[in-house]
Design a protein around this ligand. Structure first.
Ligand code: NDP
Length: 331
């Protein structure tokens, strides 16, 4: 491997915040047993936050962000991995307190790495990334709690976002009738093309009022939005149905009541991709490469950027308005 290679470095020297593509060396990377030549990474909301001075994501500076990466092992001190293995590394401390994927090389603890499953390329793995993994984990938990296509329609909120888009596509792949909720009127074509049966507005989910028990509409829901809208969803889930909640783009406070839980047996399922146990993580990546794999993955790519372009592109994810995923081709 090269002694000196390129990485995106965020720094806060003397309170001067900077995001730059620079030359670094292996000594600049956090410790780990496995060195990976990174081929692709992705841009997630958390990465956008890492690129701003008040993002509250990065623990110490200088830091290399990038919570997702896929690449080839160049050296390993752990018997589970060997030179030449194709691998995926996401979650845990990667890109947060451990140097991440916006670098030609990364050094990662073996416990955080998954072998790339057959049926998925390195690029496809990063189109899916943490967003798609979170959608897959949501689906797994909904199915573990009894969700089947014959139970009824499944709602996906924040449908044009990363988690939402993959939620729509993966559920449709499994034969579910998917209702996609989006704040973007112009996105109907995109959402039906990736598998939504029907597209509704955010106001059709939450119109400013939450009833303790509302008309039963959906057998299940994937909800990366949270907030008051989540309270409204819970009140509209059918008897015995479940909601998988993963995010808070709509807010953190959820003004619900006990009634949907004690009178309809509704389940609220918490989804955390970061510390999801490795056994479940490996099985889910296998599913992502097989029954959950969306057709035509390239239609999810909003933009492919280089390490050099990243400092300029990173903040854009925080502005909203992006449909699909931005991926990073690392030279
Ligand atoms: P994106 O930015 O890609 O998408 C978020 C989507 O939410 C938007 O595209 C928009 O969709 C919708 N949205 C935005 N603002 C609002 C609002 N005020 N009210 C309602 N909907 C809104 O983000 P991701 O999909 O990557 O992540 C979504 C959430 O999930 C984030 O909070 C993120 O932190 C969290 N997350 C959690 C993970 C976990 O492990 N629990 C892992 C990954 C992400 P539209 O316009 O179509 O309505």
């Amino acid at each position: 491997m090269k002694n000196s290679f390129q990485a995106v470095v965020v720094d806060n020297k003397d309170s001067n915040f900077s995001v730059e593509t620079k030359h670094v060396s292996l000594e600049d990377l956090s410790a780990g047993e496995v060195v990976i030549k990174v081929h692709y990474s992705g841009v997630n909301y958390k990465d956008g936050l890492a690129g701003t001075p008040d993002g509250k994501i990065v623990r110490s500076y200088p830091h290399i962000p990038g919570i997702d990466m896929a690449g080839i092992v160049v050296s390993s001190e752990d018997s589970r991995f060997k030179e030449g293995d194709s691998v995926i590394a996401t979650s845990y401390e990667i890109g947060v307190s451990h140097s991440g994927g916006y670098s030609e090389y990364a050094r990662i603890p073996a416990d955080w790495i998954v072998q790339l499953p057959e049926g998925l390329s390195l690029k496809e793995a990063m189109i899916i990334g943490t967003a798609g993994f979170t959608a897959a984990l949501s689906i797994q938990r909904l199915q573990d709690n009894g969700l089947k296509p014959e139970n009824g329609s499944v709602l996906v909120t924040g449908a044009t976002g990363g988690v939402g888009s993959f939620g729509v596509a993966m559920l449709s792949q499994l034969g579910f009738n998917v209702i996609a909720s989006s704040g973007k009127k112009e996105a109907e074509g995109y959402l039906t093309s990736i598998g939504a049966s029907r597209v509704i507005g955010r106001e059709d989910v939450y119109n400013g009022k939450v009833k303790a028990l509302d008309k039963q509409e959906w057998a299940g829901a994937i909800d990366p939005v949270g907030g008051e809208s989540l309270a409204a969803i819970i009140s509209k889930i059918i008897y015995g149905g479940s909601v998988a909640v993963s995010g808070l783009t709509g807010g953190g406070a959820v003004p619900t009541s006990v009634f949907p839980f004690i009178l309809r047996g509704v389940n609220l399922l918490g989804i955390d991709s970061v510390y999801c146990p490795m056994g479940i993580r490996q099985k889910l990546w296998e599913r992502i490469a097989t029954d959950l794999k969306p057709k035509n993955l390239s239609s999810f790519v909003y933009k492919e950027v280089s390490l050099q372009q990243l400092p300029e592109e990173l903040p854009k994810i925080l502005e909203g308005g992006i449909t699909g995923r931005m991926i990073v081709a690392v030279e």
